[in-house]
Design a protein around this ligand. Structure first.
Ligand SMILES: Cc1cc2nc3c(=O)[nH]c(=O)nc-3n(C[C@H](O)[C@H](O)[C@H](O)COP(=O)(O)OP(=O)(O)OC[C@H]3O[C@@H](n4cnc5c(N)ncnc54)[C@H](O)[C@@H]3O)c2cc1C
Length: 416
């Protein structure tokens, strides 16, 4: 219920940025409408765990109405924001009109296929629960099909898994998939010759994990090789027709599985705002994260383009979105009492990526770690960052079980 005399803050997107902004305004004298097309907050860093049958979706997602049950100044609305009139200060939500005094756009990003239709149509991606479950079903299904395929060429194509993109998501899924096959599938498909399996990681650049320091790039490469992942650097993907990958040098790899992790761009709805956008469709914001021509509109997280001190765009990371949310909530309160907003400065908390069991790479407090210590840090941090005690406990039990028994519990092929 809206109170007429309090400023109305509308937040679109309840991902890392939007959820944190809303929480930080809990005690502010404002009325908040939080909008998301999903009724849950999703912990995207663990999406790949759904794809490799490590967790079920409900363990990494949490209902928004439960999260905000006790926040009296907030109303949640589930729906798709279709258009926004910045000059008249209202937006449309599934046909209804919502007016705002201050708008926070935290709509996140989407997979960028760079216009390669063949990959968008035939490849798999990890962006939301649906795409991760589709990937899991496909991976499990293809093993079932391969197990009774008599034609050796067809079988080998079924057992060849190509992952594109040597950033953290590509590395994580490649390492975890290789382990799923060697530790778990090997026990279920004892009649199959799993030496036919290939897990291939393609990277167009000359290094894996371009944002990481040299020693961790090398450690990542070695850890993947130890898990029998074939890493192909300086390798450009040209086409994928669902049967065969075509590479820039003319070579072909026969495969029924291509997982694309090589690009992210800002959410498409930002294109219709009529404001300045930079690379990947992100909205250019000023130092306090506002649209320069509309200072009552904040854009944060993956949707926003802001350069850090060395002239590089801030990365599309949850940590950036969360830090921007804190400053945005503070600035909204400052503006409402006539004060000037403060600029945003990103404090880099370090880098962390896992490469499967006992293996991860981390850069924390200027120090590089790899192997078991980095993996322990990764496990503790990811369990801590999940929302809800129940989810933390369930994931912890799941992972402990998998660790001890070399199992994954979610190997069900379900209807989508
Ligand atoms: C597979 C994967 C792994 C990742 N791993 C890491 C990691 O290890 N560490 C890290 O820091 N970052 C990681 N990231 C990046 C991180 O998830 C994003 O940077 C972060 O989610 C951005 O937060 P955000 O608030 O900008 O957007 P999001 O968290 O994406 O939230 C956007 C929200 O807006 C909603 N929305 C969008 N459009 C509309 C609309 N028109 N109407 C209504 N609602 C809408 C969406 O439903 C969504 O809930 C990963 C991302 C992926 C996909």
């Amino acid at each position: 219920m809206l109170t007429q005399n309090l400023p109305h803050i509308v937040i679109v997107g309840a991902g890392f940025g939007g959820m944190e902004t809303a929480k930080r305004l809990k005690n502010a004298p404002v009325q908040i409408t939080l909008i998301d097309r999903q009724n849950y907050h999703l912990f995207q860093p663990l999406l790949y765990q759904i794809a490799i049958a490590g967790v079920v979706p409900s363990q990494i997602a949490y209902p928004l109405r439960t999260i905000f049950r006790k926040q009296k100044n907030l109303t949640f609305q589930m729906g798709e924001v279709t258009d926004i009139d910045l000059s008249k200060r209202y937006l449309r939500l599934d046909g209804s009109v919502i007016a705002y005094d201050i708008l926070v756009l935290a709509v996140g990003g989407q997979t960028n296929f760079f216009g390669m239709k063949s990959i968008e149509e035939n490849g798999f991606q990890l962006k939301n629960i649906e795409s991760a479950v589709t990937t899991r079903n496909h991976l499990l299904n293809i093993f079932e099909q391969a197990s009774h395929e008599a034609d050796a060429d067809k079988r080998r194509a079924m057992l060849t898994f190509v992952i594109v993109g040597g950033g953290p998501t590509g590395v994580e899924i490649a390492g975890a998939l290789a382990e799923l096959i060697t530790h778990v599938m090997a026990k279920d498909y004892t009649h199959m010759d799993l030496s036919e399996v290939r897990v291939i990681l393609l990277e167009a650049g000359e290094n894996l994990m371009p944002a990481y320091p040299d020693e961790l790039r090398k450690a990542t490469f070695d850890l993947l090789r130890a898990k029998n992942v074939e890493v192909m650097l300086n390798t450009k993907l040209e086409n994928y027709n669902g049967e065969s990958v075509s590479l820039g040098d003319g070579k072909q790899i026969r495969t029924r599985t291509l997982i694309w992790t090589a690009g992210v761009k800002a959410a498409g709805m930002l294109d219709s705002l009529g404001v300045q956008q930079a690379g990947s469709g992100r909205v250019r914001v000023d130092s306090s994260l506002r649209v320069p021509t509309h200072p009552e509109v904040f854009v944060i997280g993956d949707a926003a383009y802001l350069e850090n001190g060395d002239g590089q765009p801030l990365p599309m990371l949850a940590t950036v979105a969360q830090q921007q949310a804190k400053v945005t909530a503070k600035n909204i309160q400052k503006i409402l009492i006539g004060k000037l907003p403060e600029p945003f400065h990103y404090k880099d908390p370090g880098l962390l990526a896992t490469i499967g069991r006992n293996a991860a790479v981390a850069r924390i407090f200027g120090m590089s770690f790899s192997g078991f210590i980095a993996w322990m840090i990764w496990v503790v941090l990811h369990i801590y960052r999940l929302i809800g005690f129940r989810n933390r406990l369930l994931v912890l039990i799941n992972w402990a079980w998998d660790y001890i028994f070399y199992e994954t519990q979610v190997r069900l092929i379900t209807k989508e």
